[in-house]
Design a protein. Structure first.
Length: 287
């Protein structure tokens, strides 16, 4: 079924949507994105994603082309027009398409940002077979740039990392810098030891996950102990449980790191409980 997508103010069948070959998103990865999950046809944590979008755009000196209400309206229109019950809305804003390729930023008075949104359905989002089994990760060097807090569309290394994992029979990769885990290729990383949830503190080294913020809040409300600090690969292999979080996977248990099984090799009780809490609470607060 052909989707209806949004490009620069228009709702169009996906086959008719066009972006210039001079777009700086295409030529230079000069753009940012967000992924907002849809459950029961409603948006999960829309305000968290809107706030991070504003921050990413601000860090790159790109003017936000729409206010909160306008962004919300486009999200809702696409969810409705494509009848999305379970899935996501992807949005991307680039610095636009000046006439020529040039390293110098174009004048924002004459080159408007490009705005693209589309939906993807995923019926297995909540009742995920992967979440029941848990995923396996391998560790790889984190060779990304130094502003990982900005959600840019430069996703080549994360994409290569995921392929390195798959080639080794794993599901995903955790990236490592100076011996400590930064994050997963498309998620934040956590270990649990003696009932304490340990995850790297926020900095420019990692993306400030919207799911991370929600999960840490729910964990604290449930009287779980949270430690925001670096952890090493050895510490992770010796953990009782581990998991990752992202808008599209919620809380996903990790059961193996570099071939070392954690605990019994099945999803642990705290990660499983956090997944349930996250889904229940997010459903209640969806817009
Ligand atoms: N880290 C990275 C590198 C990511 O790409 C993502 C998902 N886009 C996350 C963390 C998780 O962020 P969120 O919970 O906002 O989806």
């Amino acid at each position: 079924m052909s989707r209806i997508v949004y490009v620069n103010g228009d709702y169009l069948p996906e086959g008719e949507a066009k972006v210039s070959i001079f777009d700086r998103g295409f030529l230079m990865a000069d753009g940012v994105y967000e992924v907002t999950t849809v459950i029961d046809g409603k948006l999960i944590d829309f305000d968290g994603h809107f706030t991070r979008l504003e921050r990413s755009l601000g860090e790159l000196d790109i003017a936000n082309p729409m206010d909160r209400e306008a962004w919300l309206e486009v999200h809702r229109q696409l969810v409705a027009q494509n009848a999305v019950e379970l899935g996501m809305v992807y949005l991307q804003v680039t610095r636009g398409a000046p006439g020529d390729r040039d390293f110098i930023f174009p004048d924002p008075e004459t080159t408007a940002p490009t705005v693209v949104l589309f939906t993807q359905s995923n019926p297995a989002l909540v009742d995920s077979p992967k979440a029941k089994k848990g995923i396996k990760v391998v560790t790889i060097d984190d060779i990304r740039w130094g502003r990982r807090d900005i959600k840019t569309v430069q996703l080549l290394y994360p994409s290569m990392g995921k392929m390195m994992a798959i080639k080794q029979g794993a599901d995903d990769a955790w990236m490592v810098q100076d011996g400590a885990v930064t994050e997963g290729t498309s998620n934040n990383a956590y270990i649990i030891k003696d009932g304490r949830i340990i995850t790297r503190a926020l900095s420019n080294d990692i993306l400030h996950g919207i799911t991370r913020a929600a999960v840490l809040r729910f964990a604290q409300e449930a009287q779980m102990q949270v430690e925001e600090r670096n952890f090493t690969v050895d510490e992770a292999k010796d953990a009782d449980e581990a998991f990752v979080t992202s808008a599209s996977t919620f809380v996903m248990p990790v059961v193996e790191i570099d071939g070392t099984k954690l605990g019994t090799g099945a999803p642990g009780p705290l990660a499983t409980r956090l997944r349930e809490i996250y889904i229940d609470e997010s459903r209640k607060a969806a817009l």
